[in-house]
Design a protein around this ligand. Structure first.
Ligand SMILES: C[S@@+](CC[C@H](N)C(=O)[O-])C[C@H]1O[C@@H](n2cnc3c(N)ncnc32)[C@H](O)[C@@H]1O
Length: 222
């Protein structure tokens, strides 16, 4: 394993990063309740689908939030899970304590500047995270850097839909929704994954128009 750290090509925007942290710190107490209907309707099924594909032995979860993926972590996999928001992480810690048989390390960290050496993890995963990471390409490049060659990235993300007319409306509404919630609704996440250097393996539309997609990508061999 190489221990040489390749620094990102540019630094994250401190103001936007502080804004995202504050938005999720504020939301942390209500997050699980607000998400409950969608969790039961679809998210649980989609989480199971994503984590059913993840292989270890060492996995990075980016943006663990309150730890909703923890029940779906595959047996025998050691997960290092990071998040920007201390309040979200507090809840993830409580959830992780209910699964003493799992190997889970929870760390406060920015996805845009990961404090891990190159090629640390076998695979990386994130669910509903790159809509709020201020610079998603930087975060995805960092995920690429810390994943081993041929390792996979597994994402569940909501994003700009395929139909152009609706997509343009999402573009118009995006700045307002972002100011109110810290979430971007019109990100082109599939393009961003490729721009960061990942090779797409599968993109599956889970919701109409590709509003939510399951993306599997691979780190190319050097
Ligand atoms: C919508 S929540 C999703 C949480 C969890 N993955 C889930 O599926 O419920 C987005 C999470 O991404 C985290 N996040 C946003 N920007 C981040 C960054 N730059 N680095 C690490 N985590 C970040 C937020 O703090 C929040 O916990």
């Amino acid at each position: 394993m190489s221990t040489v750290l390749q620094h990102p090509t540019h630094s994250p925007d401190p103001e936007a990063t502080a804004f995202a942290r504050k938005a999720y710190d504020r939301l942390a107490g209500r997050y699980d309740l607000l998400e409950l209907p969608m969790e039961w309707l679809a998210f649980r099924r989609w989480r199971r689908r994503l984590w059913g594909r993840v292989k270890g032995p060492r996995v990075l979860e980016i943006g663990v939030g309150t730890g909703k993926n923890i029940p779906f972590y595959p047996a025998g996999v050691a997960v290092t899970a990071i998040d920007l928001s201390p309040r979200m992480l507090e809840r993830a810690r409580r959830r992780a304590a209910r699964y003493p048989d799992r190997t889970i390390e929870l760390l406060e960290m920015d996805a845009q500047t990961l404090h891990f050496p190159d090629n640390t993890f076998d695979e990386a995963a994130a669910t509903f995270v790159f809509c709020s990471v201020p610079d998603p390409v930087l975060g995805l490049k960092e995920a690429l850097r810390v994943t081993k060659p041929s390792g996979r990235l597994h994402l569940l993300e909501h994003m700009r839909v395929h139909p152009e007319r609706i997509g343009r409306w999402m573009d118009r509404l995006d700045p307002l929704i972002y100011r109110l919630t810290g979430v971007h609704i019109a990100r082109r996440t599939v393009d961003n994954v490729q721009r960061a250097g990942w090779v797409l393996e599968e993109v599956t539309d889970l919701a109409p128009g590709g509003l939510v997609r399951h993306i599997v990508a691979r780190k190319p061999q050097p």
